[in-house]
Design a protein around this ligand. Structure first.
Ligand code: SF4
Length: 298
């Protein structure tokens, strides 16, 4: 049997748009791992760890010997940018050396990962091939962020997103529809829109809150004040969010597996059309092309 020197610690997650990328797992789990809605890395084998440099080198070498034409690489897991700049640069340089056709390297990234890097380091990462990061902002509202134990504030997220932009690194920002519940929906929608307006990300996505393992931990963060939204209420929140967006050129998507209402467009030019589609879902859900509830994986 052929020896394959590539080791993935499952489960491994990647954004939908990285479906055709080589997934290179250089860290395992998430160094924060405290967000109350997130169960991605809670299994014992997903405790945060860093893959030794020599293993990363061997894996890249192995891929280069067997595959040609690899254009995109996604660095997993949850927050690779937590690694020191020197280590990241080693990985990026090695990818470029062994896989010269790669044009885009991307990863998930928490705002705090950016806070700990200097502007020069961010620029060096861009120059070495890091072209895009996926930032789960989740909300732009400080109360909501505190309640879900995100470990970030509106301002820390804005600062990091803007510093990434200054370095040339594209930002794909995610917001969670329904994460504030009915009680905090308005402030979540408006402050999340404000966060997007202040950072003008290249990509913006709205996912729907899912708590596959129950509400207990999540509810604790809200001191029992969280009231789950139904579909109609989530559409109303989405309307308020999109209506408050003032974006110049951002690709907007709500087409994650969790979304019943699929929206796609470029903001600002498609804002009116998107609002009309949301209005249809609010007023005539039977006429809107909603994904049936059973199709959603959660
Ligand atoms: S930072 Fe991301 S991966 Fe880590 S716990 Fe929060 S949502 Fe999950």
């Amino acid at each position: 049997m052929q020896y394959i020197p590539v080791r993935y610690i499952e489960p491994v997650f990647r954004p939908p748009s990285e479906a055709n990328s080589l997934i290179l797992q250089v860290t395992n789990g998430c160094s924060w791992n405290k967000c109350t809605y997130c169960d991605m890395y809670t299994q014992p084998q997903k405790r945060f760890s860093v893959k030794p440099e020599e293993d990363v080198l061997r894996e890249i070498e192995w891929f280069s010997q067997r595959y040609s034409g690899i254009k995109r690489v996604f660095l997993a897991d949850g927050d690779v940018i937590a690694l020191p700049a020197r280590r990241l640069l080693f990985i990026l340089d090695t990818i470029r050396q062994y896989l010269p056709e790669v044009t885009r390297i991307s990863s998930y990234c928490s705002p705090r990962n950016v806070t700990r890097k200097s502007d020069e380091e961010l620029k060096a990462l861009y120059d070495a091939g890091l072209r895009q990061v996926y930032v789960g902002a989740e909300s732009g509202d400080d109360f909501v962020l505190k309640s879900i134990n995100k470990g970030e504030t509106h301002q820390s997220t804005v600062d990091s997103l803007n510093r990434l932009a200054d370095a040339g690194i594209k930002r794909s920002v995610m917001i969670i529809n329904g994460v504030g519940g009915t009680r905090f929906s308005e402030q979540h929608a408006l402050n999340s829109a404000l966060l997007a307006n202040r950072t003008q990300p290249e990509f913006l996505a709205a996912l729907v809150l899912n708590l596959p393992h129950g509400e207990a931990r999540f509810q604790q963060g809200y001191n029992g004040q969280f009231i789950k939204m139904n579909q109609h209420e989530r559409f109303l929140e989405m309307r308020q969010f999109v209506n408050a967006l003032e974006l110049k050129s951002t690709i907007f998507r709500s087409d994650h597996a969790s979304n019943q209402l699929v929206l796609k467009g470029t903001l600002g030019k498609d804002k009116e059309r998107l609002l009309q589609e949301i209005d249809l879902a609010i007023e005539h859900p039977d006429e809107a092309q909603l994904r049936p509830e059973w199709i959603r994986p959660f």
